[in-house]
Each structure stands twice: as C-alpha cells, then as structure tokens.
Design a protein around this ligand. Structure first.
Ligand code: NI
Length: 245
C-alpha cells in the first residue's frame, strides 16, 4: 500500500494498526553503457512496493536522487550533497513522526547513500535523546543486494564478474521489471578494479565506460526475477519484525 494512493482517513486508520513505514531510496546515476540512469531508484522502488503489498504495510514515496558525486563526469547523473540529503531525510522523518509513525525501514539501492543514511539516523537519535518508551523512533536500513538469498544468487550467477557498479545483478532486475529497456548488444570486458577513486574526474579516468568491474551483459530477465523474488521474500520476513520491535 502506497502513501500516494491513500486518503488521510486511510492513513489515520493505518496508524491504528501500525506505526511503521517502508521508505525506498535509490540514485539517479550512470550505470555503464548498457544500464539505465534510473537503475538504483527503480529497483529499490519496485522491491519496496512489492514488499509493502505482500506484507500489507505502508510504502512512502521514493527518494530518487542520492549521493552520486563519483558519477558526475557522466551525463545524466544527478547528485545531492550529503548535507542536502540529510536535510531531506530529517524533514521527511519528522513529518512522519508528527503523524505518529515510529518505525522507518529504508530499502536502499545505492551504496553511496549508506554513510549519509547512517548520519541521518544519528541526527534523529540525537534529537530524541531522553525520549524513551512509545515515543522513541527507530530506523533500519537494508541494501536489497545484501539480503542473504540475493547475495547467494549473485555469487552463483556471476561470481567475480559481479563487480561493484553497473553489476549484472542490478541490470538483470531492471531487465525483469522493464523489458523495454533491455540493451542486448555484447560489451567488451570491463577494465580491472582500481585503487580508491578521488572524485568524479578520477572515476571517469579509472573507469572510462562507467562500469566498475561489472560484466553487465551477463544479465538476463530470468535471473532478474529470481533476484527480485529473493529480495522481496527476505524483506517480507524482516520488515514486520522491525515494525513490532
Ligand atoms: Ni547501481
């Protein structure tokens, strides 16, 4: 069930039975020569929506732009500074808390958001110091690609060809969700993984086509469906337990 689809009386009724909300967050950034710019956002949003549907829990609107500074040398990438994203997250969580929500479960599609999400959680907890009991707020973060059964499948399908960015696993999920976006021309092997990247220009110098070791063209929609199902199954087990904690 999605917040955008409800009326205010329906939200009020939901709050009678749950104080928990699922929040998808992704990124708008290059994903190599065959992956679409919206990959991280679209995958996180679809997994969150399906988790909410199966568990009968509320899903907030997607945070579609994240912290993607390293990808800014590629056209189409949009990036928020960490301080901007923290401000957006805090205003959103404070709005939800104002109405009575107490548990916020983020489903994330982009590694570059993790440090900023954790910083926002620390800000929330600092602002709450001394407020225990049923007013205490709780935040959780799961990266869909780190759900246990997803990790197992990523290893089984792609082993060390998974890489770190424009990975075949995320491209496969997009191929399952959006067959109209499949790019089926073969790509040359990606270059090797390099030492730590220092900013956008250095990223493009080290990874000229945008892939970080990911053999994107190993992806297929059947694997994408299995990865998607594994993520949703794992989350349908985890989220209700967190909401009732
Ligand atoms: Ni990605």
């Amino acid at each position: 069930m999605q917040l955008h689809d409800l009326t205010w009386p329906a939200v009020e009724a939901y709050l009678q039975r749950s104080g928990g909300v699922i929040i998808p967050i992704g990124s708008t950034e290059q994903h190599g020569p065959s992956g679409v710019i919206g990959t991280d956002a679209m995958v996180a949003d679809a997994i969150a929506r399906e988790t909410g549907r199966r568990a009968d829990l509320l899903v907030a609107p997607l945070f579609s732009i994240g912290v993607a500074e390293h990808h800014m040398a590629f056209p189409g990438t949009l990036s928020l500074r960490p301080s901007t994203l923290i401000a957006l997250l805090l205003d959103t969580l404070h709005s939800l808390a104002h109405h009575g929500f107490r548990r916020f479960f983020f489903i994330n599609g982009h590694g570059g958001n993790i440090a900023t999400l954790k910083a926002a959680f620390s800000e929330i907890h600092a602002g709450q110091r001394g407020q225990g009991g049923d007013r205490a707020l709780g935040c959780a973060l799961v990266n869909w690609y780190e759900v246990a059964d997803v990790v197992r499948l990523r290893k089984q399908y792609y082993a060390d060809r998974e890489g770190r960015h424009a990975t075949p696993s995320e491209i496969a999920v997009i191929q399952y969700l959006r067959p109209d976006l499949i790019h089926d021309q073969p790509l040359p092997p990606p270059g090797p993984l390099r030492s730590e990247v220092q900013g956008a220009d250095d990223f493009r110098a080290k990874y000229p086509d945008g892939r970080m070791g990911g053999w994107s063209d190993l992806a297929n929609p059947q694997q994408g469906q299995a990865l998607f199902e594994a993520a949703v199954r794992g989350l349908v087990r985890q989220v209700p337990a967190f909401f009732s904690s």
